[in-house]
Design a protein around this ligand. Structure first.
Ligand code: SAM
Length: 236
């Protein structure tokens, strides 16, 4: 999969020296060639003399707004270029606190696409007319406001990278994670169960007996029950 990012801070997507994409699972996905991330600087597409990408808002008020022209031109230039032929169709995404809430279901859907184009806003956001014209999917990572769409884009890339075939050592590990459709519960999306490792006793606390029983069926039943209880208690 290829992910293009349109941003005024492309350095935030550099893998080395270790940034978010240079460590752990995203770095493995990049190294194995299962994921390609290409960040493009919005400034390169500004037709203005000083490579301006923003301007003051009509109607007054604080902050700056990213202008239509560089966003429109950059999106079309990025979409026309690809590392393979024929060029892959891009799913356009704008990161915005006003978008659809990012969920594991949305991540799973996006992980099947051949190519994504993530547009990161900054300042007050992006001129609404270019969003209307591009008709992107609008995605939020939560009901709070970040300074820019770059961190939100990195969250999305990380969540997708771990679902790409072959990226996780054990493909079952993402299936068992929170919010994945649970095959033993009719596809319900449950929170994960608690996990334990050595030592068996720690500061007077023991690992639940069932996990030491060697009874595989009992362990499966216990884990499912824990998932249901946690989901009811924490998300009910
Ligand atoms: N004026 C906007 C509003 O109140 O809805 C907030 C703009 S925010 C300071 C600047 C940029 O950060 C946005 O254009 C968006 O790209 C990104 N951003 C901020 N919070 C976000 C969130 N929760 N999810 C996704 N993107 C976010």
């Amino acid at each position: 999969m290829r992910v293009d990012v349109l941003t005024t801070f492309p350095e935030m997507f550099e893998a080395s020296p270790p940034g978010v994409l240079g460590v752990s699972i995203p770095s493995r996905a990049l190294r194995d060639g299962r994921l390609e991330v290409v960040a493009t600087n919005l400034r390169e597409f500004s037709a203005s003399k000083h490579r301006k990408t923003d301007d003051r808002p009509y109607g007054g008020g604080p902050g700056m707004v990213l202008t239509c022209q560089p966003v429109w031109d950059a999106v079309h230039a990025i979409e026309a270029s690809d590392s393979v032929r024929p060029v892959r169709a891009c799913t356009r995404i704008v990161m915005t606190p006003q978008g659809r809430m990012l969920s594991q279901e949305v991540v799973e859907e996006l992980a099947t696409k051949p190519r994504l184009l993530i547009i990161a806003g900054h300042y007050e956001g992006i001129d609404e007319r270019v969003i209307d014209a591009l008709k992107p999917m609008e995605l939020s990572i939560g009901d709070y406001v970040l300074s820019g769409g770059e961190l939100a884009g990195l969250v999305l890339i990380d969540a997708i990278a771990r679902l790409l075939p072959g990226v996780l050592g054990d493909s079952q590990s993402s299936v068992q994670d929170s919010f994945s459709a649970e095959p033993q519960a009719g596809g319900e999306r449950l929170l994960d169960c608690p996990h334990y490792t050595k030592p068996r006793d720690w500061m007077g606390r023991s690992v639940p007996d069932v996990l030491l029983s060697g009874d595989h069926q009992a362990i499966v039943r216990w884990r499912l029950e824990q998932k249901r209880t946690r989901t009811r208690e924490r998300r009910g």
